[in-house]
Write a protein that binds this ligand. Sequence first.
Ligand SMILES: NC(=O)c1ccc[n+]([C@@H]2O[C@H](COP(=O)([O-])OP(=O)(O)OC[C@H]3O[C@@H](n4cnc5c(N)ncnc54)[C@H](OP(=O)(O)O)[C@@H]3O)[C@@H](O)[C@H]2O)c1
Length: 281
Amino acid sequence: MSTDALPIGLGCSRLGSVNGASGPEALAILQAALDDGIRFFDTSNIYAQGDSERLLSQVLGGRDDVIVCSKAGKFLSWKKRTLVPLKGLLRGVARRSGQARKGVASARAKPMPTRWDPAFLTASIDASLGRLKRERMEMFMLHSPDAEVVRRGEAVGALAAAAQAGKIGIVGVSVDDVACAEACLQDPRVRAIQVPLHPGDTAFDAILAEARGKGVAVIAREILGGPAAISGASDPRTYAAERIAEVILRPDVTLTLVGTTRLANLTASVAAARAATESSA
Ligand SMILES: NC(=O)c1ccc[n+]([C@@H]2O[C@H](COP(=O)([O-])OP(=O)(O)OC[C@H]3O[C@@H](n4cnc5c(N)ncnc54)[C@H](OP(=O)(O)O)[C@@H]3O)[C@@H](O)[C@H]2O)c1
């Protein structure tokens, strides 16, 4: 296996989640990603109720040759928190019942409560560092705020203060829409944005060109369809290799995320990324 770093990052949102990879499966995927040369790992305080960050800590340890990007702003509702101790049980039920899987997927799709005040964001950063067992996260993002939250500046300020304190490296925002991306580019403290780039969607093209001009890093996510692919509405097996090549070769994309809960799909994505990189060399 080659250890050359690849221009793809691993989306870790369903590692350790009820509908995703169980702990041992997730650890195997993370280890294979590292062995294959992936050095960027995208996570969040809420992914798998914090287990995504915990699993990352087990595989990455204190390594300093990786970029861990976590996020803050969302939190688990009281109702979801009460279900956390029952996760193992729920996973077993979801594996046996299509109906239960749909129930978990629809609960997951519901908007989560958010808080953007500095005290909450700072506490969230400290909690993520604790779960990751790291002294510093190389990149850290607000997790899907409205454009107005970014415009007010206070939330970005909390991340900038954490950067000053050495807890995080690059300050970023994971955006859901063009308006939020535009707000980010007006704030020089934001040095990275994460954007959904669904197949065929050109809505972000102009803003990505602007980001490139300003030297703001662009992390592309959901490139295989995101929720449509996860729900089975589209089947990435028919287009994954071509799509991965298309996105990683875009000059306005700094790094491409691929989310997976299967070792075989990770291997296929790595092979596609490597083939595209070699063909363009
Ligand atoms: N607001 C936010 O900040 C936000 C929102 C959404 C996502 N994200 C980040 O972006 C990451 C990626 O998003 P995503 O996983 O939702 O979307 P995605 O990367 O478009 O992946 C969609 C689905 O494609 C499948 N897949 C992956 N590689 C494949 C391959 N080579 N061949 C066939 N199918 C393949 C995966 O299914 P299998 O699991 O079956 O492999 C996955 O569930 C997330 O993990 C998360 O880190 C952030």
